[in-house]
Design a protein around this ligand. Structure first.
Ligand code: ATP
Ligand code: MG
Length: 543
């Protein structure tokens, strides 16, 4: 094979591609990020700004003695420094881990300890959490505070001082496709978090899908609501769009239906990437918020992270006169694998078709490749560009995910005769009742259509006769009283909408459905609650 030119290797660096390369393309003065703080204050950063700020951070790391292959985390809510640090870390070929800023001490200790992190960029308000566990983290040498002063003798450094002293030019060293880049711990809804390690070569997958699936064009104003602690926040809130020279909105405020819709309208957002939980919350708010807003420039809405209920698409069609394009991927896949996209016919409830170059298969437990209509393990043929390179310190878990040239995603799905994929559940979530396989998601979607129900979570519970029975946890809207009549209504509706087999044998009214921080229903917790067992690791749980 021909030796790669040095130049190509530099271009292979994710952060170089997102900044310096855009400036070389003549986009230096284009807005890369419009930062909107929680109070609506705006600051624009050009690609030149992004390039210089990340260069400063890379130089600062060099001056501290952080070297290629070390691991450095960001532990911040959305804030401009988070983006500068992320890109600077990657420019220095240091591995960048991102942590959700709501993590508690246990969750932090798991991740910082497992990875042997050398440093962390954070803020004063989060500093206490780190100091309480620092004694258990002998490898953690550098804590950088974006809003505080340094105490170098304690290994604490002020971001402002460090970067003010650093040059704003940085020579990115040749970066090969297999150089480690981003580290993210999966959210742990099925077990202890695993450190998913990606490489700089993943850029190809993220850039390609940002262009071909999200359909990003040079004049777009794009808003991805995901937190940078999750893969969507880095693959599609940083890498994909900026490697295409796209202007991104980043918003530091929390969820608020009116504020979000105002932002979409006022900033002329053209492409919006969000998640079902947020969309369902919007669906529950006052419709006039949408009907009175001018969303004429919003070209497409995309969703990821959990199944997108058909009910939400129906709402979007009715209220916003637009489809929502569901996409499927995982921390491990690094980029979108299966998707709906503009121009494609949408079948609500289906996560769509493979992205370009992706070859999924539905595979039985014995390895047989299944036919259309049959349900089984969702697998992806190995070799896509953004494939993870390992689970950090857990080679055996990594190896166990691959068989016969396929990566086993841990999800179950089926493909219909038109080539569309339908998500059925996690391998361990699918309910087997009287030999029929049932997706809890399908039942939850049906339950959501009932006016009285705010949220639901469905599990299979052991049953002597049926093997498993369907148990529905139901959270009613405020003021609604659970009655026998309501139970009957629920059973009838599910029977009509899903199937008679899917009709819940038991309905448990409760005050809330446990979800992890990325909004996924934690059925593991519901199962434990049902059986009275210990609910295990709940470091990412939010009820
Ligand atoms: P862990 O693997 O530790 O339990 P996690 O799987 O929740 O964590 P992620 O990698 O962020 O962490 O989530 C990927 C999973 O999210 C997928 O495997 C799938 O179960 C679910 N998912 C993502 N997008 C979709 C979608 N469009 N439809 C249905 N499920 C989705
Ligand atoms: Mg997973």
């Amino acid at each position: 094979m021909l030796e790669m030119q040095n130049e190509d290797k530099v271009y292979g660096n994710i952060a170089y591609a997102c900044t310096t390369l855009q400036c070389e393309r003549g986009l230096g003065n284009k807005t890369a990020m419009r930062w909107i703080d929680a109070h609506g204050g705006k600051t624009d950063f050009t690609f030149n700004d992004l390039d210089r700020e990340s260069n400063r951070f890379a130089n600062a790391l060099d001056s501290l003695g952080v070297t290629k292959g070390d691991i450095f985390f960001t532990f911040l809510p959305k804030t401009p420094e988070q983006f500068f640090a992320f890109l600077g870390i990657l420019k220095a070929q240091v591995i960048c881990g991102t942590l959700f800023s709501n993590f508690g001490e246990e969750a932090l200790l798991d991740r910082l300890g497992d990875s042997g992190a050398a440093g962390i960029v954070t803020r004063k308000g989060l500093f206490k959490k780190i100091m309480r566990i620092r004694g258990k983290l002998p490898k953690l040498k550098y804590i950088i505070l974006i809003d505080g002063d340094g105490e170098p003798e304690r290994g604490v450094f002020g971001y402002k001082d460090l970067t003010a002293a650093a040059r704003d030019e940085y020579e990115v060293q040749p970066t090969t496709a297999d150089t480690p880049s981003v580290l993210q711990y999966t959210s742990g809804s099925t077990g202890k978090p695993k450190g998913v390690l990606h490489c700089h070569g993943s850029l190809q997958g993220q850039m390609g899908t940002a262009r071909d699936v999200l359909g990003l064009r040079h004049d777009d104003i794009y808003w991805c609501t995901a937190d940078q602690g999750w893969i969507t926040g880095t693959s599609y809130g940083i890498i994909g769009p900026w490697s295409l020279g796209i202007t991104q909105i980043h918003y530091g405020g929390g969820f608020d239906a009116q504020a979000w819709v105002d932002l979409l309208a006022r900033e002329h957002v053209t492409v919006w990437y969000s998640a079902p939980t947020a969309l369902r919350m919007l669906m529950r708010s006052d419709e006039t918020i949408f009907t009175s807003a001018d969303l004429s420039e919003l070209r497409s809405i995309h969703s990821v992270g959990e199944p997108l209920n058909p009910e939400v698409i129906a709402w979007s069609r009715r209220v916003m006169n637009r489809d929502i394009y569901d996409t499927w991927f995982q921390t491990e896949t690094g980029a979108i694998m299966i998707c709906n996209r503009p121009g494609m016919e949408i079948f609500p409830g289906s996560m769509g078709k493979p992205a370009t170059g992706i070859e999924p298969a539905i595979v039985a437990d014995d390895g047989t490749i299944l036919k259309d209509g049959e349900q089984g393990n969702l697998c992806i043929k190995i070799g896509w560009p953004s494939m993870f390179s390992t689970y950090l310190n857990n080679e055996s878990a990594y190896a166990s995910k691959f068989k016969n040239g396929y990566y086993y995603t841990g999800d179950t799905a089926r493909r219909d005769a038109n080539g569309y994929y339908w998500f059925m559940g996690r391998s361990d979530d699918v309910i087997n009742t009287a030999g029929h396989l049932i997706s809890p998601f399908e039942i939850e979607s049906a339950l959501l259509e009932i006016d009285e129900i705010a949220e639901s979570g469905v599990i299979g519970a052991p049953d002597e006769l049926l093997y498993e029975k369907v148990v529905a946890f139901v959270h009613l809207h405020e003021g609604v009283v659970p009655t026998k009549d309501l139970e009957l209504k629920i059973r009838l509706h599910v029977s009509n909408k899903a199937s008679s087999i899917a009709t819940p044998q038991e309905i448990i009214f409760c005050d809330g459905i446990p979800k992890n921080k990325s909004g996924k229903i934690m059925r593991r917790v519901l199962r434990a609650r049902y059986s009275g067992a210990d609910i295990g690791d709940t470091s990412t749980l939010e009820i």
